[in-house]
Design a protein around this ligand. Structure first.
Ligand code: DGJ
Length: 733
């Protein structure tokens, strides 16, 4: 039992292996948050909260002369505007009389085995007996709204999921102006906010801010989770490090516009609210209708490393679905940086031959293969072979390539359309655009209105025909612009505030239909690189192209930042040409491989132009990746250096059974007469003896973790090194 209800105190305690989460239904039926943190069993924690009359704070009507507690200061589970709590609300509702705000009171609760699901939205799932669900039902009489708060407790995995549903049980429409997924109050302590900002080609850079009084807000208004911010944040103590200190991770299972507000209130308490962005959002609920807010994942941990381990394991096991979630993925060769739009069948077959020769298993035909696609100005929407580039058709190319013994993969960008396409000419109203205003163009393309069922049906039919007619094993699903001019021709004026969210629901619907219809096809997510790198997409695509910046030195930062929340198996990572196409930097082939091997591995350069020695090196790299991948992609991941280290970046993975470990290091700035890089390793069995294969030496886990290991001196441009550690069976330190 991981959810406990105590009848006389009306306390609900959710317990995972190392955390407890407690809430209380008070005498007014008001839901109070009491605690989330290190496990305290089922102890009654009401004593933590003492309330004083703060002088300028209101109190509940029923309390009259008793001026404390006040809704202004009580820690809450799902705070509303308009009812005495002036901190950031989770929900803003406009009731039938035009009034704003809700006052939630307890109606009932239910505890049941298994995991709740959410209509139309991807969620985490129970692999069998792992999860218990608590659903609390609350009501606001003035609006007629019913609130369902769901909690999924994955005890052994140390994850608690949350979701909210709002149902109009009244007889007049109610409009939601905000409906977040999670509200987490931390009543005591000094907290920092760590969030992950970036831009195209530089995604998910950690930034840690001490929370000031007031609200710190991060998010995306782009219709996609975005390159600029990520729907994953960490609240951590001032002293928290990789290895120690309290921290909480909050991650949204959502791919659209989102907002995270972190507020430090007048009393010093902190509230984090995470959910769909309220900007340009409104949702009208007719009587009987329900709005479902996306799921959020919560973890408490001691140190960032432990937090990452919890999210990595959970995302791989309980978010990624289908046969590729936990299995080995094909090593691929992608045509993009090898050929861009300059495709012809013979050239592609030569590239695929080289791919086969070096030991890759999958050849991916990227952008440029379809009708009218001579460059990135035209063709999106016309998902039929380009007969000028492929005179004997796509089928012929697929057959020639699969006949080599290589699988065939293809690039698509379903959500987009170029004005210069037959699809747009036939259905201009299928694109998002505001009547009477010329739309913003980005990469000269427009966005299809994914909220429309007819658009989705059309896309489903086109892509299922493509996948049925050809032997295609992999799809790269790209999305290359932010949304603007968000107006749907299919919805009335009063419902235009729903389009941004309905767009995301539409994307999920299409992904759901295609991935279910083609369970043997591996879908990789992409959005101009890592512009939609989130747990929502991971529900359908177990790997996502990490970034359009393939320079390994830049990737060090992007991979490191991403690793705080997301597992390495989710990060599409390729070796590309040197000098690099984005930065012009020259790096050794070995360095490029060491960096890319930390993700879902592949190559994206013209193999036909490489000297034999480099091709031989690639063959050896692929074999090395294959030998190591269970440890590198599925093992426990340790960041060994932080961003202040401008000399080198290092990371380590350790198999769950601690028998194998791989340490990787890349020198970014070589300085003469400096000592060689030295590292203290992590996660090893202190009592075991490990052989370092590259050095033919052995040392105990304790020695390697406490005294550390000094690498040989590394000179030259961006050198890299890898150590393979193997536990010596039968020997102990
Ligand atoms: C953006 C992707 O991130 C690239 O890898 C490539 O597929 C291009 N789009 C193609 O247009």
């Amino acid at each position: 039992m991981s959810i406990h209800y105590h009848d006389s105190t009306r306390l609900l305690t959710l317990r995972t292996a190392s955390s407890s989460y407690q809430l209380q239904i008070d005498e007014l039926g008001f839901l109070r948050h009491l605690y989330y943190g290190r496990d305290t069993g089922t102890a009654d924690l009401r004593y933590l909260h003492r309330f004083y009359d703060l002088g300028f704070s209101g109190n509940h009507y029923e309390h009259r002369m008793e001026r404390a507690p006040s809704p202004d200061t009580i820690p809450q589970e799902y705070a509303s505007s308009g009812a005495g709590d002036y901190r950031v609300p989770a929900v803003v509702a406009v009731g039938p009389s035009g009034h704003r705000g809700t006052d939630w009171r307890y109606v009932s609760h239910e505890i049941r085995p298994g995991k709740y699901t959410l209509a139309g939205l991807p969620t985490s799932f129970d692999n069998g007996g792992e999860c218990e669900t608590l659903t609390l039902t609350l009501r606001d009489d003035a609006s007629g709204l019913t609130l369902l708060l769901h909690y999924g407790v994955f005890a052994a995995l140390d994850i608690i999921t949350r979701a909210a549903e709002l149902r109009n049980d009244g007889d007049t429409p109610v409009t939601l102006e905000k409906a977040a997924s999670v509200c987490l109050d931390l009543p005591f302590g000094e907290w920092d906010l760590m969030h992950f900002h970036g831009r195209h080609c530089f995604e998910r850079q950690p930034e840690r801010l001490p929370l000031p009084h007031g609200v710190v807000s991060v998010g995306s208004e782009r219709g996609m989770s975005s390159h600029q911010h990520n729907p994953f944040v960490i609240l951590c103590g001032r002293e928290t490090t990789e290895d120690a200190g309290d921290c909480y991770g909050l991650m949204l299972v959502y791919s659209g516009s989102f907002r995270c507000d972190a507020e430090r209130s007048q009393t010093g308490s902190v509230r984090a609210v995470l959910g769909v962005s309220p900007l340009d959002f409104s949702w009208t609920l007719q009587p009987g209708e329900t709005f479902t807010a996306p799921e959020a994942l919560l973890a408490f941990a001691e140190g960032f490393t432990q937090l990452s381990h919890r999210f990595h394991r959970f995302l791989r096991r309980n978010i990624c679905r289908g046969k590729f979630a936990l299995s080995r993925r094909p090593v691929l060769v992608n045509s993009w940086e090898a050929a861009y739009f300059d495709l012809d069948a013979d050239r592609l077959v030569s590239l695929a031959k080289e791919a086969k020769d070096v030991g890759a298993e999958l050849f991916v035909l990227d952008d440029g293969w379809f009708r009218g696609r001579t460059d990135d100005n035209a063709g999106l929407g016309d998902w039929f072979e380009n007969r000028e580039k492929l005179p004997r058709g796509l089928g012929d190319l697929v057959e020639r390539i699969t006949a080599l013994g290589v699988q065939f993969g293809i690039w698509i960008e379903p959500e987009m359309v170029n004005e210069n396409s037959d699809l747009y000419r036939a259905h201009p109203d299928w694109a998002l655009a505001v009547p009477g205003r010329a739309p913003i163009m980005a990469r000269n393309q427009l966005v299809l209105d994914m909220s429309r069922a007819d658009v989705r049906d059309y896309l489903f039919n086109v892509f299922s025909a493509l996948l049925r007619e050809h032997d295609i094993s992999y799809v790269k699903w790209d999305m290359n612009r932010s949304l603007s001019d968000v107006y749907s021709h299919a919805l009335p004026a009063a419902r235009q505030g729903e389009v941004l969210h309905r767009y995301v629901l539409g994307v999920y619907d299409l992904l759901e239909r295609l991935t279910s219809a083609f369970p043997d096809v591996l879908f990789e997510g992409c959005a101009g690189g890592g512009g939609r790198f989130d747990a929502g997409i991971l529900c359908y695509c177990p790997q996502i192209w990490l970034s359009d910046d393939t320079d390994p030195i830049e990737r060090l930062k992007i991979q490191r930042g991403t690793s705080f929340g997301y597992p390495m198996s989710a990060m599409g990572a390729h070796v590309s040409a040197s000098p690099n196409h984005q930065t012009g930097r020259t790096t050794p082939m070995e360095t490029r491989a060491v960096v890319a091997m930390a993700g879902a591995f592949g190559y994206e350069l013209d193999l036909t132009k490489l000297p034999q020695a480099e091709k031989d090196a690639i063959r050896a790299q692929i074999a090395r990746f294959r030998a190591d991948e269970d440890t590198t992609l599925c093992g426990l991941y340790y960041r060994l250096t932080d961003e202040r280290n401008t000399w080198f970046t290092a990371w380590q993975t350790v198999s769950e059974d601690q028998k194998r470990s791989i340490v990787s290091l890349v020198v970014q700035n070589v300085e003469p007469y400096k000592s060689a890089p030295h590292l203290r390793l992590k996660g090893l069995d202190p009592d075991a003896v490990y052989e370092i294969e590259e050095e033919h030496i052995a040392a105990s886990g304790a020695a390697l973790m406490h005294a550390g290991y000094t690498f040989p001196k590394m000179l030259g441009d961006y050198p890299a090194a890898q150590l393979h550690l193997k536990k010596k069976e039968g020997e102990s330190a």
